[in-house]
Design a protein around this ligand. Structure first.
Ligand code: SAM
Length: 252
């Protein structure tokens, strides 16, 4: 039996939390990651538990669940927080109370994400294979809980300033980009990841409101590539066009 004593400092009312594992993710940077899980179902990750939490007994029965809640630390966010934040969904111009948002800049820097469980691997310790997450590579995870749809799925609930998923944009690929994908073993899943991530329009909010500058180029890193893209408008319909896919390291 692994005995873990999680200390709390009654005097300062503070608690010390220890990560149970870390995420290895398709997202090397925060930029471009969809704002919530499920928006890019093609996003893959693994969660490898670290000793003493990597005991296969601790995940017995988990494979019977299709989705998990992950409690994690926004370790790439500052510890400083403010009571008012500017949700990107509102263009960055309107302020809401931090507790009325899912902002990454919050007290205790705690995040909560509902992810799909693909596989539980207990050959060497414990590694969970996940999909559809919104976590940057290296994210420390504090807890895992199985999702209970009968208790937690409330489609009739009110969701304030975020009543529905953000709109998604059409995404087109150049011939050069398609050629890069053709030579990769993960070409199909990478194409789907790129399409899903760019459909969420990762450009900064203030660029979206500004007049379309077709000369402006953007790049987002996914897996081991840098995806170069720019906005286009055809018959008034805005889209994002993938100009090229630059391999940052030798293809997998
Ligand atoms: N689903 C979680 C929640 O509601 O608590 C996260 C929502 S938050 C708006 C999603 C954003 O967090 C992503 O778009 C990404 O930019 C950022 N992010 C992901 N992992 C992070 C980390 N470890 N540290 C800081 N920011 C992170």
């Amino acid at each position: 039996m692994t005995d873990c004593d999680f200390s709390s400092d009654e005097a300062s009312n503070a608690f010390t939390l220890t990560p149970i594992g870390r995420i290895a993710s398709d997202y090397p940077d925060k930029f471009g990651i969809p704002r919530q899980p499920g928006l890019a179902s093609a996003a893959q990750a693994t969660l490898t538990l670290t000793p003493p939490f990597d005991d296969p007994l601790s995940v017995r029965g988990l494979e019977a669940f299709s989705h998990l809640w992950l409690t994690f630390v926004f370790h790439q966010s500052p510890t400083r927080w403010t009571p008012l934040v500017r949700p990107p969904r509102l263009g960055g111009n309107v302020k809401h109370g931090v507790f009325a948002t899912r902002s990454t800049h919050r007290p205790n820097r705690l995040g909560l994400s509902l992810v799909e469980l693909v596989k539980v691997d207990t050959h060497h310790g414990v590694t969970l294979h996940l999909r559809g997450h919104d976590l940057v590579d290296g994210t420390p995870v504090l807890d895992i809980k199985p999702y209970l749809a009968w208790a937690e799925a409330l489609p009739e609930a009110h969701s304030g300033f975020a009543p529905a998923p953000p709109p998604s944009l059409p995404v087109t690929f150049s011939a050069a980009a398609e050629t890069r994908l053709l030579v990769r073993r993960d070409g199909d899943s990478l194409r789907e990841l790129i399409r899903q991530v760019l459909a969420q329009d990762p450009r900064p909010a203030y660029h979206k409101n500004a007049q379309n500058k077709p000369e402006r180029r953007y790049g987002v890193r996914l897996r081991d590539v840098d995806v170069r893209f720019y906005p286009t408008t055809t018959n008034g319909i805005e889209a994002l066009h993938i100009e090229d896919i630059i391999v940052l390291s030798s293809p997998t």
